[in-house]
Ligand binder design. Structure first.
Ligand code: ZN
Length: 291
């Protein structure tokens, strides 16, 4: 028998402000406690009637370089690092009230959200958290980029991730294998930042996007390494890919028990795997204390 943990929410409301990388617009985010079995729900407060958008994989739509959720014609964008922070800290139930469609980019990592959530503290709830246990190998992708879920030799979730930008890139090849727990997430993953190649950053600026963020605010790599920036970890890029993976897996709405291996995977492939696992795997539902 695998031990299921109790669901968790935050102990009180906490807020963070910033601006969206893409829109350049100021945005306020308020995390609020939510009842057991609510899941993560974004609430757009800037509309005449607040609109709720559940953070579930069926609400995800494909947009370039960011994760967008949409429900009944209302969207929230760049939600991936907020989702990663919540999932990384095992905060299962939370309302995320926002007054713009695009979430703040902050420093490109999940750490500003982790620090905000840490100020709230955690409340353990009576109901147990649903688990999804990987029992068979499931693989998606092609030779260039793939992701595989395998049965876990130990309880919990572990990830082995590889990025490979080729021998001529200053990012090169980076591999990490890491168990995903709140302690590990906070210490080893949350501070890793979004990264771009210099050509990509220049192209985005030329499109008029990201004009408020300068090259100094983002982790941009040229042939020699990061431009005007210091790395927080020697292998910061692959750590950020794992951070993104944690946020993408949050769209499953349950704890994953398995060993995941990813080679140059990204948001789209990660989300496709969540869909397949939800359809194929055994789920151990959360129970109420009295049941
Ligand atoms: Zn990211």
């Amino acid at each position: 028998m695998r031990v299921q943990r109790k669901q968790r929410t935050i102990a009180r409301s906490v807020s963070i402000s910033g601006y969206g990388y893409w829109s350049g617009k100021d945005v306020n985010v308020e995390f609020r406690p939510a009842a057991a079995a609510t899941g993560i729900v974004f609430v757009r407060s800037d509309l005449p009637k607040p609109a709720r958008i559940a953070a579930v994989v069926t609400n995800r739509i494909e947009t370039p370089r960011r994760t967008t959720l949409t429900s009944r014609g209302v969207s929230v964008e760049m939600v991936e690092h907020i989702l990663a922070a919540l999932a990384g800290l095992q905060i299962d139930n939370c309302e995320v009230w926002v007054d713009r469609p695009e979430m703040p980019g902050c420093d490109g990592s999940a750490m500003p959200f982790v620090e905000t959530l840490d100020r709230a503290g955690v409340t353990v709830q009576d109901e147990t958290r649903t688990q999804l246990v990987v029992k068979e190998i499931t693989r998606l992708g092609n030779d260039d980029s793939w992701i595989e879920a395998r049965p876990a030799p130990t309880p919990g979730l572990t990830v082995r991730f590889r990025v490979d930008y080729g021998p001529s890139s200053s990012i090169g090849r980076q591999t990490i294998q890491i168990p995903i727990t709140p302690e590990v997430f906070r210490r080893d993953l949350a501070a890793s930042r979004t990264f771009l190649l210099k050509e990509e950053a220049e192209w985005l600026l030329a499109q008029g996007l990201g004009t408020r963020a300068s090259l100094k605010d983002l982790l941009v790599f040229d042939a020699d390494g990061p431009v005007d920036n210091e790395l927080r970890y020697q292998d910061e890029c692959v750590r950020h890919k794992v951070l993104d993976f944690v946020g993408d897996m949050a769209l499953g709405g349950c704890d994953l028990v398995g060993h995941f291996v990813a080679h140059r995977s990204g948001h789209r492939l990660n989300a496709e795997l969540v869909k397949v696992l939800l359809a194929e795997c055994e789920k151990i539902e959360g129970k109420r204390k009295s049941a």
